[in-house]
Write a protein that binds this ligand. Sequence first.
Ligand code: ZN
Length: 183
Amino acid sequence: MKIVKYPHPALRVQAKPVLALDKDIQLAAGHMLELMYASEGLGLAAPQVALDHRLLVINFAGDPEKKDAEVVAINPVITETKGAISDREGCLSFPGLYQSVRRFKTVKVEYYDLKGDKFEMTCHDLAARIWQHEIDHLDGVLFIDKMGSLGRSRSERDLEQFIADFEKAKKKGDLPPGLEPKL
Ligand SMILES: [Zn+2]
């Protein structure tokens, strides 16, 4: 399992609801947590490891020692939103790219854990931002889609570089030669 980078087509897939909490989901969640911590991220969604499940992992503190800040969320949905706030945002599938993105300030989220227990959480600011960013991934939506026109134009050079790196990875054999980029 590896984190795929833009413009890998897996990032644009609409992920499917998880219908059974089987061994594959448990293993996927464990690997995703490892990858997230190894990359010092705050969240990672299944499409970022080329899996099309509605599964994501978060650690609100970004600290593997802080298990109480860790969430494995299955089939998460945002049920309420309030306010708006712009702040700097990044993504493990766009290493090095940070831009201001406008998000809801507060969100209420419902999700299931790996045992199938249902949870409800109301979050503000950074925690609310992480939920919105990660749940967007499950719908094939990326933070570049949510940037304002200024942030987007400031990102163009990085995006061109990601596209060039994607083509290079295909030539090197790190990605399948026929894989089509999805911008
Ligand atoms: Zn992301």
